[in-house]
Structures are given as C-alpha cells and as structure tokens.
Design a protein around this ligand. Structure first.
Ligand code: NAD
Ligand code: DAU
Length: 375
C-alpha cells in the first residue's frame, strides 16, 4: 500500500509517546508512522499492543544518539516530519544520574536535528511534496518554579487573576530558569531546536506542557506509583510537606494538542499546553486515596494512614502553572476532560491492568526506590 508521507515519532513506546502513536496511526491511515524508541526501562511495547498490526505502523529499536542510524532511517524512508518525545523524563533519576539526561535529551535531540537537516535542507525543506517539520515536545519545567503566594488555595481566582495558588502563570515569554538536571537538559534541547530554526531555516516548533497523567505512565511518577501503593497498602512517600503544586493534564488531551499543533501550528513558534488545573500534592494524594478506596470497596479515606512524609526532593520546584491561552486562541484547543473524570478513568485503568503494572515494576525498579527513599 502506498502512503502519502512518512513520519517518525520518537519515544513512542513511552507514556505520552504511545498515546501520540496510537492517535496518529488510527486517525491517519494514509500516513506511515515509524516509532523510533530505544526501549529503556520506560519504553514498553505492551503500551501499543492494540495497534501493532496496523499496516501504517512500524517499530524501530534505535537510540536517538546514534546519528548514523537515525540519518539512514530519515533518508531511506523519505521521512518528512519528526515528532520528538524520546527523553529521560524522571526528575529524581536526573538528580542521581545527570550524565544520562545530558546524553539523551541534549545530544539525542541534536543528533535527530542534524539527521533531519542533512536530508531536508538540500531538498528545500520539502520531501515528496510535503513540507518538512520538526516538532519538539518539551516541558513547563524549563521555566523554573513559580511562587506559592496563596498557600491555602483560592478556588475563586480566575484565569486572568492568576491561579488558585499564585498570581502568575508560565507564558511563552517566561524566561528559562531550569533547576533540575532533567529540566536543564530539556531547556538545552529546546534551545538547539530554535537554533536550527533560526540558523538553518529548519521548519521547527516547540511545545511546553504541564504534568500529564493517565494510562501507561511508568509507576515511578506520582500518580501511578501512589495508585499501586494504595492498592497494596504500601507507604506513600510524600516529599517534604506535600505543599508543592502541579498543573495536571489528561494525556489524551496532550496527544490531541500535539496532533493539532503538528498540522496547524506555526513554524518557529512556542505553544504552552496545560489545563488550568493546579493541585497541591497532598490534596491530590487524598483524592487518589478516596478514589482507589471507593473503587476497591474500602471505606473512603481509610488508607490515609499510608501517607508518609519523607525527605524532600533536592531543589524541589514549588509550583508549576501553565497559561495555554495562546493555544486556545490560535488553534482552538481546550482540554476535554474534567479532572474528576480523568482521575476516575486513570484509577480504574491501573486497577484493571494489574498485569501491566506487575510487568513494569521489576526488581530493578523497586531496588532503585528502596535505595533512594527507604520505602
Ligand atoms: P517516558 O519516560 O514515559 O518515555 C520516554 C520514552 O523515550 C521511552 O519509551 C524510552 O524508551 C524512550 N527513550 C529514552 N531514551 C531514548 C533514546 N536514547 N533513544 C530512543 N528512545 C529513547 O516519558 P514521557 O513521560 O512519555 O515523556 C515524553 C516526552 O514528553 C519527554 O520528552 C518529556 O520531557 C515530555 N513531557 C513529559 C511530561 C509528563 O508529565 N510526563 C510533561 C511535559 C513534557
Ligand atoms: O511538569 C512536567 C513534568 O512533570 C515532566 O516534564 C516530567 O517528565 C514529569 O516527570 C513530571 O515531573 P514532576 O517531577 O512534576 O512529576 P512527578 O510525578 O515525579 O512528581 C509530581 C510531584 O509529586 C512533585 O512535586 C514531586 C512529588 N512526589 C513525586 C513522587 C514520585 C512525591 O511527593 N512523592 C513521590 O514519590
């Protein structure tokens, strides 16, 4: 079967990447999707079982840092677009092992950019009649941290007057001020993408998204880790006092935004993606406990005794809050799910997919956590 174009999606076996691959493979049967993934501890082909037999889907196991392999892949498949999600993504791991984050997130992104440029530039940034595009998926963490000016939370604070926990948001104009090795490496990769746009004229854009949640997230991140721990009545390691604030978005809403921006966004632009949905960690954790308890038929809130305050994360950013007005006004994107609905779906998914969780919680992973936090 002939395809009208071929795209590479990197990191497609990971959490967000698997949702993006699924969306593109099913929505665009005329487009060939190559999922390029190294399958690190965070990559799992079980995330894509439902689409692996589709004719427009191909998986390639490769490291984005392997320039020659990536270059060959772009050239041999007439690739006209790259949606780049592959990264080391967990802040705690970056504190323990910053080199791996610099290698993958910075050098890997540079390797992809150069491989694309090598094929696209001589062709006038157009392959098979399709304009080329490099779309880099980044994070709100590059902007640093916002202050907690309303520590008790004010739910009546509207979008224009700031969020419930503070007066300001991250906008596309906010200065980069990354704090963790993870966010420093992501910031550096964002700069390289913009440098390729400004220096070589590569058609490229960047989006910075807030915290995602939903099915297939590796259970080292707060929400899946805690759902699993509540199920088994294991301690819930809350960093510091649990006062840090994160802005949560259901992963399928992020994937929809990526689709919209890849097809309709403007080259050289940055778009922030977020759902105006800030939660203090401790409040979110209590919602998780109540939801898991209810779904499992336990008395609601009975598992709050599992909350265990532990030493804070080093350099722990206090508050993230994204202003996604530009995306709403320019491309009409809005989150589709209310948070309560998203959490309910998410809790039910993890409780219904215990096999998936058991497979990914290998001995290696558990010993890493025991070493870090002793829980
Ligand atoms: P993840 O850790 O779940 O998945 C990362 C994927 O990248 C895995 O499949 C892994 O195997 C692959 N990978 C890692 N190193 C690789 C390499 N050298 N070569 C090829 N593949 C490699 O990550 P995620 O949470 O799905 O995040 C995806 C992207 O979105 C990342 O760039 C992250 O910075 C960004 N992001 C994540 C969030 C979030 O809340 N999770 C929010 C905003 C932005
Ligand atoms: O903001 C976007 C970012 O969100 C992404 O770029 C990252 O890839 C993603 O991992 C996520 O980073 P966070 O550090 O915010 O997510 P994490 O799930 O690790 O932690 C969420 C909050 O919960 C944070 O304040 C730390 C806290 N926490 C986390 C864990 C794992 C705990 O209190 N205990 C825990 O065990």
């Amino acid at each position: 079967m002939g395809f009208d174009r071929t795209l590479i999606i990197t990191g497609g076996a990971g959490f967000i990447g698997s949702h993006v691959v699924r969306l593109f493979v099913t929505k665009y049967p005329g487009t060939r999707i190559i999922n390029l993934d190294k399958l690190t501890y965070a990559g799992n082909l079980a995330n894509l079982k439902d689409i692996e037999g589709k004719p427009n889907y191909t998986f390639v196991k490769a490291d984005i840092c392997d320039y020659e392999t990536v270059r060959g892949l772009v050239r041999d498949n007439n690739v006209s677009g790259i949606i780049h999600l592959a990264a080391e993504s967990h802040v705690d791991r970056s504190i323990v092992d910053p080199f791996t984050f610099a290698r993958t997130n910075v050098m890997g992104t540079l390797s992809l950019l150069q491989a694309a440029r090598d094929y696209w530039e001589p062709a006038g940034w157009e392959i098979g009649g399709k304009p080329c595009r490099f779309y880099h998926i980044s994070t709100d963490e590059v902007y640093g941290a916002l202050e907690l000016t309303r520590p008790e939370g004010d739910p009546s604070a509207g979008e224009s007057g700031g969020g419930p926990f503070g007066d300001d948001f991250f906008t596309e104009e906010t200065k980069y001020r990354p704090h963790s090795p993870y966010s420093a490496a992501k910031a550096s990769s964002d700069h390289f993408v913009r440098a390729y746009h400004d220096t070589y004229g590569m058609p490229a854009l960047v989006t910075n998204c807030s915290n995602n949640y939903g099915p297939y997230q590796f259970p080292e991140k707060l929400i899946p880790l805690f759902i699993n721990n509540i199920r088994y009545r294991r301690p819930l390691p809350v960093y510091g006092k649990g006062e840090n604030v994160r802005d949560w978005l259901y992963v399928e809403d992020h994937a929809r935004a990526i689709d919209l921006i890849f097809h309709n966004g403007r080259d050289g632009e940055t778009y922030n993606i977020g759902g105006f949905n800030e939660w203090k960690n401790i409040d979110l954790i209590k919602v998780l406990i109540r939801t898991v308890d209810r779904v499992l038929g336990r008395p609601e809130g009975a598992d709050e005794d599992l909350i265990t305050f532990v030493t804070d994360r080093k350099g722990h950013d206090m508050r993230y809050a994204i202003d996604s007005t530009k995306l709403k006004e320019e491309l009409g994107w809005e989150p589709s799910l209310q948070f309560e609905e998203g959490i309910e779906k998410t809790v039910r998914w993890y409780l219904d997919n215990q096999d998936w969780l058991d497979n990914v919680t290998s001995g290696d992973y558990m010993s890493y956590y025991e070493k870090m936090y002793g829980v």
